[in-house]
Design a binder for this molecule. Structure first.
Ligand code: SAH
Ligand code: SF4
Length: 348
């Protein structure tokens, strides 16, 4: 059965048309689910009962079954394990920081890119998610927040999977969330992170969304980057930077580079200088984060002092840099820690 959340507005209109429903119904249903955050037609009490029943008979309204939840000790981070209709699982995270409510969503079950320090890469690729499955993660948290009189402020596409490897579904999801008649979430409050699929970065640039782009760099020399991120052999640094420069030239949007600092690996002043050279003249920002622990990678997080020295080296070359605070580490909800493991708490 088709998921409602995989439909485009046009497809819904057409379907209702074939059922002989008046035109305004499509918009009414769309707004009830995407704007008022109804979880199923049962909650749309303004619809005739027969139409509610018909919708439920034709479409599914919940591809994600919450299977487990974990909350960080500070109560600010929640990680949800969702079971998909085919039995595969994904994780998504909700983070609270001051007035920010950010959800980190997945685009694939597992990931094919094999970055050595990433738990998702370590588990391998299971399958792509559909646009609906991506959208539903956001809606799930948005409904939860709404029930508490709160709302989502940011979306980061940084969960399990490589979004540009599942390009069509990811962009369909982003566009759906952005739709004015529906969820109406500003593209500028959405950030997408990629391991660096150069041709897809160029395509993304040409399509000119207002979505922010982050590129997982982690190393500024090809030998080291290929060791950490195998995809670098396919799209080495000169190719990647050509794509990123085109992205900037086309969109005039500043790129964020992500860098997980690993003690004695990529935290040298030489790496910082190499990065500054690669990025010379390119408006960008570097987000460094001490490496989060994962099961199959022995590397350690850089010390606070070395992280500060790395940041200072970048800044002395004119590259703005922020050291990100690690969050949700105690529940394996930090960057690169999402993988399907034993549930911590059983739902509900
Ligand atoms: N596939 C995309 C998005 C998901 S990963 C990408 O790789 O960009 C989100 C971020 O976490 C990426 O920057 C990734 O490189 C980083 N990351 C992966 N493993 C990590 C770890 N163990 N510690 C810190 N960051 C990590
Ligand atoms: Fe995939 Fe991103 Fe993890 Fe690399 S860091 S394995 S691209 S999810």
């Amino acid at each position: 059965m088709l998921s409602f959340f995989d439909l485009t507005p046009d497809q819904l209109t057409q379907r209702l048309d074939t059922w002989g429903e008046p035109q305004f119904r499509a918009r009414q249903i769309w707004q009830a689910l995407y704007r008022d955050l109804a979880a199923s037609p049962d909650e749309i009490t303004t619809l005739p009962k027969t139409l509610r029943a018909k919708l439920k008979a034709e479409f599914t309204f919940g591809s994600l079954s919450p299977a487990a939840e974990a909350r960080s000790s500070d109560g600010q981070t929640r990680k949800l394990l969702f079971r998909l209709p085919d039995g595969k699982s994904i994780e998504a995270v909700l983070m609270g920081y001051r007035r920010r409510r950010t959800t980190c969503i997945s685009t694939q079950a597992g990931c094919a890119m094999g970055c050595v320090f990433c738990a998702t890469g370590q588990m391998g690729f299971r399958r792509h998610l559909s646009a609906g499955e991506i959208v539903e993660q956001v809606l799930w948290f948005a409904r939860e927040l709404k029930a508490n009189g709160d709302r989502l402020t940011n979306i980061v596409v940084m969960g399990m999977g490589e979004p540009l490897h599942n390009y069509e579904a990811t962009m369909a999801a982003v566009d759906r969330l952005n739709e004015a008649e529906g969820f109406n979430f500003g593209a500028r409050r959405i950030t997408l992170s990629t391991v660096g699929l150069a041709p897809m970065i160029e395509r993304f640039a040409e399509e000119r969304r207002q979505v922010n782009l982050a590129v997982s760099l982690h190393a500024a020399t090809d030998a080291l980057r290929s060791e950490l991120l195998p995809i670098n052999k396919k799209y080495p640094l000169p190719v990647l930077f050509e794509a990123v420069r085109k992205y900037y030239a086309t969109t005039k949007r500043r790129v964020t580079f992500e860098w997980a600092l690993i003690q004695g690996k990529n935290d040298s002043i030489a790496q910082a200088r190499a990065l500054a050279k690669l990025a010379a003249g390119l408006p960008c920002h570097v987000n460094v984060i001490p490496l989060n622990p994962t099961r199959d990678y022995a590397g350690q997080a850089t010390t606070r002092e070395r992280a500060a020295a790395f940041k200072a080296a970048l800044e002395s070359c004119g590259l703005p840099c922020t050291i990100r605070v690690r969050r949700g580490i105690d529940i394996q909800a930090g960057c690169g820690q999402l993988a399907v493991e034993e549930p911590t708490v059983t739902w509900p």
